[in-house]
Design a binder for this molecule. Structure first.
Ligand code: COS
Length: 387
């Protein structure tokens, strides 16, 4: 067992930290209050290879490993979780599945522009009636001549209004309900119409859209992987994506802890620094311990994925624990800041708002527990699905 990061991993972590400090931290409060997607940031990240960290160089990426990618997400999210989710969805929910499941032609056509950050990616699975029960989706794709005709509506789609490439899931077998009749497709922006943008509790520097696809005719080669195997593509994608969201949650928790620790060492009450009171010490001790535990779960899941080992259960545990840690820690950070923590003068209220969604997207905490339970009990039947 080796708990040291490699030289390459440390270098990319330092690079991400530097760019976060220089290009994100000075602007993040403004992006949050103005609900502004920082379009201009992504070419800068792309130039440094951060839009394709774990994509091989031959496909336009930085050629680093999956743990390096997770380290980058952690550092970006420490500065701004909105940037973190944009990079996470782009990379692990769009670029990686095309690389993994695509034909040679699909990989060489779609992956390099994504990995170089020339096109941004959006993952279109969720629908109004298909959230946790992703297999209930109704967007349909019917064979039409040599291609597919696709129609449907999707919601809660990160980055859709800025995306050039969509990984979209549609039902290709109309007779078979549930997961079995679903396929995955690679669409372009002009196949998709953006119909709305959500007002959210947090993550204000990311955008979350509803979209429709209206009788879009796409060529046969837009089908990713085999027909009716799209649900497996979605699940395998989420197995890896959840490790990225866990890293995002870890970054938020770390930021909240760092702010609370510094504040406790400065703020004086009753004639001494509040860090000298046991009430505050115990809070910080618990926070540091939980962050350590979350980090070990997240890095282990990334290591398993990198080494081609099963990582669904480990990723679900990492996401479950890291997101619930982030939720607790950001609330504790506000508590340590007292009244100031409730104001916009300090960033901890933003961390609190941003943390919540990590318990929801890419599978709620309830779904993570379901995935873990099925795995540890050796059960896979649909009877475990939540109603
Ligand atoms: N990797 C590959 N294949 C998988 C898989 C995985 N991790 N998990 C399930 N599958 C396969 C199953 O093997 C099954 O195929 P077979 O019938 O050929 O064996 C098929 O997919 C259906 O699986 P299952 O019966 O388990 O599907 P359920 O409808 O019960 O759904 C859950 C399983 C609830 C786990 C799934 O719907 C889920 O993850 N929901 C949350 C969705 C989500 O995270 N949404 C967020 C979107 S991004 S914001």
């Amino acid at each position: 067992m080796d708990f040291q990061l490699t030289q390459d991993q440390r270098e990319i972590q330092a690079l991400a930290r530097e760019v976060a400090q220089a290009e994100i931290e000075p602007h993040v409060a403004e992006w949050d209050s103005e609900h502004r997607f920082p379009r201009e940031l992504y070419p800068k990240l792309a130039q440094l290879g951060l839009m394709g960290v774990c994509i091989p160089e031959e496909y336009g990426g930085a050629g680093a490993d999956f743990l390096s990618y997770v380290l980058v997400l952690e550092e970006l999210s420490r500065a701004d979780a909105g940037v973190g989710v944009t990079v996470a969805v782009h990379t692990s929910a769009v670029t990686l599945p095309i690389l993994t499941f695509g034909t040679d032609e699909q990989r060489s056509r779609f992956v390099p522009p994504l990995a170089r950050g020339e096109a941004m990616g959006a993952f279109a699975l969720t629908e109004a009636e298909a959230g946790s029960d992703a297999g209930a989706l109704r967007t349909r794709a019917d064979q039409d001549g040599d291609g597919w005709r696709i129609s449907g509506a999707k919601q809660f789609i990160s980055t859709a209004e800025h995306a050039g490439t969509f990984l979209l899931f549609a039902r290709t077998d109309q007779e078979t309900p549930g997961a079995a009749g679903i396929s995955s497709f690679i669409l372009d922006a002009d196949h998709v119409r953006v119909t709305g943008r959500e007002e959210k509790l947090g993550l204000n520097s990311s955008v979350t859209n509803s979209i429709v696809v209206e009788d879009a005719l796409v060529a046969r080669d837009r089908l990713l992987h085999d027909e009716n195997q799209g649900f497996r593509v979605a699940m395998a994608t989420l197995d890896a994506g959840r490790i990225g969201i866990a890293a995002q949650a870890l970054g938020i928790a770390q930021a909240a802890y760092d702010a609370a620790r510094s504040y406790a060492l400065e703020r004086r009450q009753f004639g001494k620094r509040i860090a000298e009171f046991q009430a505050i010490q115990w809070k910080l001790a618990d926070m540091a311990t939980e962050i350590d535990a979350a980090r070990l779960l997240v890095y282990r899941a990334a290591w398993l994925k990198e080494n081609g080992e099963p990582h669904g259960e480990a990723g679900a545990k990492a996401k479950l624990f890291a997101s619930e840690t982030a939720q607790r820690q950001t609330a504790e950070a506000i508590q340590i800041f007292g009244g100031y923590g409730f104001t916009k003068e300090f960033p901890v209220e933003r961390y609190f708002r941003d943390a919540k969604v990590t318990e929801i997207y890419e599978g709620t905490s309830e779904i993570q527990r379901l995935v873990i339970a099925r795995s540890i009990l050796g059960l896979t039947e649909r009877s475990f699905a939540v109603s």
